[in-house]
Design a protein around this ligand. Structure first.
Ligand code: AMP
Length: 581
């Protein structure tokens, strides 16, 4: 796209002074109407025409603009080709279409042009004044003619070669139509999050952002991405996945673009950048990676030694227990821990006690080097990766068991993983809590039952720790991230998003109909259609896991497990009915 080498509104030397001109405008829709009106105001003798009188109008004019929908231009050109003898110039207003659409006229000697106002025209009254206008032509004379029309209509012409039209139009579309789609996506997300005044509330923000961009170009980019605050991005990702999962793909794609823009505007080393954006950017870039971090320790003695300075200083410790093979779900916990604690400890231990015989203990995916790199990137201070005999030395004879109906339902049902699975979890978590002595321990809502059981253990045993449950992080198509997703074949991976789709359907149908049973039925139907057989799909009280059959005043956990090939996947969603606010 090349702008003509002169400043608007000076006229080029080659352009004719305003002159009498007879122009037929065929098709009086929004664009045609706006052009016809502006042309008449500019002193051009305009003959507006519809399909029936198009030929007649063209015969009486020296130039014509075919302002019909793109897929009708070729037909309209054919229809008026009988006027080629009268028409010196014929053009169209298509953004993406080339001049070949007007071939029947060109074949009979008419020079061709196109002009596309780079302006949104919501109605025929819309003003073209001040807009830029893409012009092209089949000859220098027709290009000059298109420029003349533009200028007389108060627009600023610039040339776009015919072969670049589609790319030009795609750019225009991104800047205007897709921006509307973007704003409406933001409105929808706000509404789903319960903010009724979404559109009105966004208007000042959108207008100011647009004005900043006009002034500063890419330098107008602000927010978590330019600050490198991927924790906040992960929180956005998780919130979108649960609130409006259909927006996840758009969010990820635009976030990636924003990273690219941020990189392109990054401050070169040594230069000084004023303002809050500069301070934010410097703050994000300052902490140099510490080559000694994270410290890898494999015994309680080493762990104690590593933690003793922090304990002496009264620093807060955050613990993230994991079985490794880290993905973004784990990493969202690490970043939350980093945000809320002085010292972050990640444990890395594939706990045999929570696997049943025949489960995937031996094949559980492991990648300690990758996990250490991810831990370093997320600011973990200490990785505690104990050997098996450090956790379960010879003679080990104790188990921590939570009951109260929390561990013999859902995954704890004796026909499934059984209560022993949770006994394995609570025993190892109790040991980790007592070895690390954190103020905060972070768990994922993805394993909702586990978080509930651990929280009850901490409460019942008066453990001085706050159990923090973080939202489930999902793939763009809604699949909850899990180390076990690595087991999925490509066909199973294609079917796997049905789990979250079913849970979302259960929530949406239950909320709109007020009938939890209908929600579960709709979810079962969706799973069946996707060829996914649930091991269980149940609604339970989100705090005590008691069975519930209808929506009430308390949050309802809808939990789902399903085996896809060798992977057993679990997922859940919480329905907060309106009564709970
Ligand atoms: P694991 O390594 O599977 O034992 O998981 C370690 C922690 O990460 C547990 O608290 C999980 O609930 C949590 N987690 C696993 N997947 C996700 C996810 N997709 N989103 C958020 N947290 C997760």
């Amino acid at each position: 796209m090349r702008e003509l080498e002169r400043d608007f509104p000076d006229r080029p030397d080659t352009a004719c002074p305003p002159r009498a001109l007879k122009l037929a405008v065929v098709g009086i829709g929004r664009a045609g109407g706006a052009v016809a009106r502006a042309a008449a105001e500019a002193g051009i003798e305009v003959t507006p025409a519809g399909r029936r009188d198009a030929l007649e109008a063209c015969l009486a004019s020296e130039a014509a603009i075919l302002s019909v929908p793109d897929d009708e231009i070729a037909v309209a050109a054919e229809a008026v080709s009988g006027a080629a003898g009268a028409l010196r110039f014929a053009g169209h207003l298509s953004g993406a279409g080339g001049l070949e659409l007007l071939a029947p006229l060109h074949a009979r000697g008419t020079e061709l042009f196109s002009l596309h106002p780079l302006q949104t025209l919501p109605d025929a009254e819309a003003s073209l004044a001040g807009a830029w206008c893409a012009v092209t032509g089949s000859s220098r004379a027709s290009i000059e003619f298109a420029r003349e029309i533009c200028e007389r209509l108060g627009m600023r012409p610039f040339e776009v070669p015919d072969e670049a039209r589609a790319a030009y139009h795609a750019a225009a579309s991104i800047a205007s139509n897709l921006m509307i789609a973007l704003e409406e996506s933001a409105v929808e997300l706000l509404e789903r999050a319960g903010v009724a005044q979404g559109r009105e509330a966004l208007v000042p923000l959108v207008l100011r952002s647009a004005a900043n961009w006009a002034d500063l170009g890419p330098g107008a980019l602000t927010g978590p991405i330019v600050r490198g605050d991927e924790t906040t991005v992960a929180m956005h990702r998780a919130a979108i996945a649960t609130t409006a999962p259909e927006l996840s793909g758009a969010y990820e794609a635009l976030a990636e673009r924003a990273r690219g823009v941020a990189r392109s505007t990054a401050t070169p080393p040594g230069s000084i950048e004023a303002g809050q954006a500069g301070i934010d950017r410097l703050a994000a870039s300052v902490p140099a990676p510490d080559p000694g971090r994270p410290l890898l320790v494999r015994s309680k003695a080493e762990l104690d030694a590593a933690l003793s300075p922090a304990r002496a200083a009264g620093d807060s410790i955050g613990l993230v227990p994991t079985m490794g093979f880290l993905h973004e779900g784990h990493r969202s916990l690490l970043r939350a821990a980093r945000d809320r604690s002085d010292v972050v400890v990640m444990s890395l231990f594939v706990n045999p006690a929570q696997f049943r015989p025949g489960e995937d203990l031996a094949s559980y995916p492991r990648d300690e080097a990758g996990d250490l790199a991810a831990a370093a990137a997320d600011g973990v201070d200490i990785v505690y990766a104990p050997r098996l005999d450090e956790v379960y030395p010879e003679g080990f004879a104790t188990a921590v068991k939570v009951r109260g109906g929390l561990t013999d339902v859902l995954c704890g049902d004796p026909a499934r993983r059984g209560p022993a699975h949770f006994d394995g979890v609570t025993t190892v978590v109790a040991k980790l809590l007592s070895s690390v002595r954190p103020m905060l321990a972070f768990f994922g809502q993805k394993d909702a039952q586990q978080a509930i059981v651990v929280r009850r253990m901490a409460r019942d045993l008066d453990l001085p720790v706050e159990i923090v449950a973080m939202p489930t992080v999902r793939e763009p198509d809604g699949l909850a991230m899990s180390s076990r997703n690595a087991y999925l074949t490509s066909d199973e991976r294609r079917r796997a998003p049905a789990l979250y789709a079913a849970l979302s359907t259960a929530r949406d149908v239950a909320l709109t109909s007020g009938d939890l049973g209908r929600g579960l039925t709709a979810a079962r139907r969706l799973l069946a259609e996707a060829g996914v057989q649930p091991e269980y799909l149940e609604a339970r009280d989100a705090e005590d896991l008691s069975a519930v059959s209808e929506l009430g005043s308390k949050p309802v956990l809808v939990a789902l497990a399903s085996r896809l090939g060798s992977a057993r996947l679990i997922d859940n969603i919480v329905i907060e009915s309106e009564v709970t606010g």
